[in-house]
Design a protein around this ligand. Sequence first.
Ligand SMILES: [Zn+2]
Ligand SMILES: [Zn+2]
Length: 356
Amino acid sequence: MGARDPIADLRRIAFLLERANEATYRVRAFRSAATALAGLPAAEVAERAGNGTLTDLAGVGDVTARCVAESLAGEEPVYLRRLVATEGSDLDAEATALRAALKGDCHTHSDWSDGGSPIEEMALAAVELGHEYMVLTDHSPRLTVARGLTAARLRRQLDHVAQVNAALPEGFRILTGIEVDILADGSLDQDEELLARLDVVVGSVHSGLKDDRAKMTRRMLTAVANPHLDILGHVTGRMVSSRPAGVTGPGDKGHRARTRAESDFDADAVFAACAEHDTAVEINSRPERQDPPKRLIRRALEAGCRFAIDTDAHAPGQLDWQRFGCERAALCGVPAERVVNTWSAEQLLEWTRDRA
Ligand SMILES: [Zn+2]
Ligand SMILES: [Zn+2]
């Protein structure tokens, strides 16, 4: 296969990003890389692509260097391919189709931890939305501000869920679960025996969000490799905005409006581990989180990860927020077959059982 023109590919990517009204800094990354390479002899570009020293050049980062290497290998860069695949398509229709394909929600809270409503009310709202299942994922013990459940309370909750399930309409069920804290050393904040017993385990970082890059990466890699962890929750921990009007209220104590930077970690290493261990990456639909950001969703997609598009609802009305996550997933070209909650409850359980 003949080499493509890497500079033309970088410029094409920048153009498509601009047209899609993407953030200026992302566009600039591709334009500066194109400029940096345009000043060099083609042979040097090829040599640097070969020995991995493109990123030594000012203006060339990991993502742009990968695009150049792919171009020189005669392949349309994956980044460009994704942009082209979603350009001109009706994103609205794609997001709608993705939302329609979702059969459940894998991240929800009740008033057993920091949610505002009883489990029954959350479940009835999920039934009305047309879901086949809702995974109940209240917090774990160390998250005391969110009234995290001790092992004893979680056991009581499991008995309670069994009773609630018996009274719910046929064709719908609450699946048991937890949003377990990923502790400083990467271990999970609940008894092993309980984690093994739960249907679905979502794991999230809620403390030490400013850990340095090496420590945060180790912490996340350890968690992702844990066979009990099924879904990695709100990956960067960022808070992008205060909440839109009308969505504040009781039951949101753990998600107070404020902005917060992304945690620093080696995203490529973490997503590679997610792909290796078949741990799904959550696309968190909460408007103030929008986590992971789109550039990381694209990288997780390229890494081969599965996703879960979840609401992290703390109140029944918030169960309808999946639309927001679907819009972001559609913008990044995430196909429905990569999303675990497009599966039936049985398929989902088969997947989580196989994993632990
Ligand atoms: Zn959380
Ligand atoms: Zn949560």
